[in-house]
Design a protein. Structure first.
Length: 134
């Protein structure tokens, strides 16, 4: 960590990746702003608020746990351009592999303010990615 109390966006994304990789959201809850906004290309309207997002995310993780023998999910920290900027930004690339060999990848960007996630954007992978190097 950068200091005793503050987490960087990278550190928060690493925790978020662990939630995806373990299919457990417990460590994410304390990092969410009460008014967090979640946007996804696959969800018609934005979800607003910590509890609304956690209900949605936990439902997704529960579905993945039930399908674990047929579906594998992994999240990795990368650097990419967000659609609103030409600057490189840390993100997660979430990969879902099905038993039949199909693979889907999604990109997850976050915005952080005062150590809390204030916005989450999940979108299709259409960016150039670079491995994050410490």
């Amino acid at each position: 960590m950068t200091n005793k109390e503050h987490k960087t966006e990278i550190e928060i994304l690493e925790i978020y990746a662990k939630c995806w990789n373990t299919l457990n959201s417990n460590k994410l809850s304390s990092l969410l702003d009460e008014k967090v906004e979640y946007n996804s290309q696959w969800v018609i309207e934005s979800l607003n608020g910590k509890q609304a997002f956690l209900d949605y995310f936990n439902g997704k993780l529960n579905s993945l746990r039930k399908a674990k023998l047929e579906t594998q999910v992994s999240a990795a920290l990368k650097m990419s351009q967000k659609w609103t900027s030409h600057m490189l930004k840390p993100c997660l690339v979430i990969t879902q592999r099905n038993k039949n060999g199909d693979q889907n990848q999604l990109t997850l960007f976050i915005e952080v303010q005062d150590d809390k996630i204030t916005r989450i954007d999940l979108c299709d992978v259409d960016f150039m990615f670079f491995d994050y190097k410490y």
